[in-house]
Design a protein around this ligand. Sequence first.
Ligand code: ADP
Ligand code: MG
Length: 287
Amino acid sequence: AVPLVVARSTSLAAKNGLLIKNRSAFENARKITTVVFDKTGTLTIGKFEVSKVVPVKKEMTENEIIRLSAALEQKSEHPIATGILEKAKELSVNIPSAENFNAITGQGIEATVEGKTMRVVSPGYLKVNNITVKDLKVNDTETVVFLIIDNELAGYIALSDQIRPESAAAIRTLKENNIKSILLTGDNAKVAKSVSETLGMDSFTAEVLPDQKLEKIKELQKNGEFVAMTGDGVNDAPALAQADIGIAVGSGSDIAAETAGIVLVNSNPKDIVSLILFGKATHRKMI
Ligand code: ADP
Ligand code: MG
């Protein structure tokens, strides 16, 4: 039988936006020393809006950058894709079709559009492929993606997301309970630094690929940390499985939810604080 205090806490948890899939994950929540957060959709709202479109190649225009990027993004479910498609709609551009779609893991997407190989990619992809941008006009809070046509930079798109109003208090409460918070994101370092500093987090790691997320969790565990990690993507599943407590974000992929012991139904970081405090309270009642 389920002990009464546990049953009660589980229903209390449900009222606080937590779906407990694995009871030992809930019982172990009191041991957490570090919470590793993904950024988009957990600490931020996860709704990207296009804030700037900058053509780089001579014959390119803002509309053309959006039209071609949208052709690729119609095949993607990333929040960046939603933002770019929204902009295409606003500009009433006719989106061409895309073939041979491929996800470039953690760095973007590629497809054939109008007979050319096109990519919409991260700053990290440019670095690895030695593509340079002169005088990039984005600020530190903007996420930027680049349109590459036949290996040449055509232009770029800046997008902005908003920090959730509840995030700062959640991080602060963790700190008051001696729990470290770390930001782990595939987004660029400037955005990661800005979010992490705004929220008073302990550290950040940016431009991480999925296997690097897994390595980061292992490294923290080797240093004696008891690690909870939040994640939403298919990409996050290996790291969620490695974490002592995997927390899937409600709005995310099914694979993340299957791997995790706990689901944050409302994708809200304040509910992680509830999880830890309930875990502690339940334990006290049991001993
Ligand atoms: P995270 O979930 O931490 O944001 P992802 O692995 O989903 O990490 O994405 C990492 C980076 O890869 C994004 O910040 C973006 O630069 C690029 N990227 C991923 N998917 C897309 C996409 N559909 N369109 C454009 N860029 C993308
Ligand atoms: Mg993700």
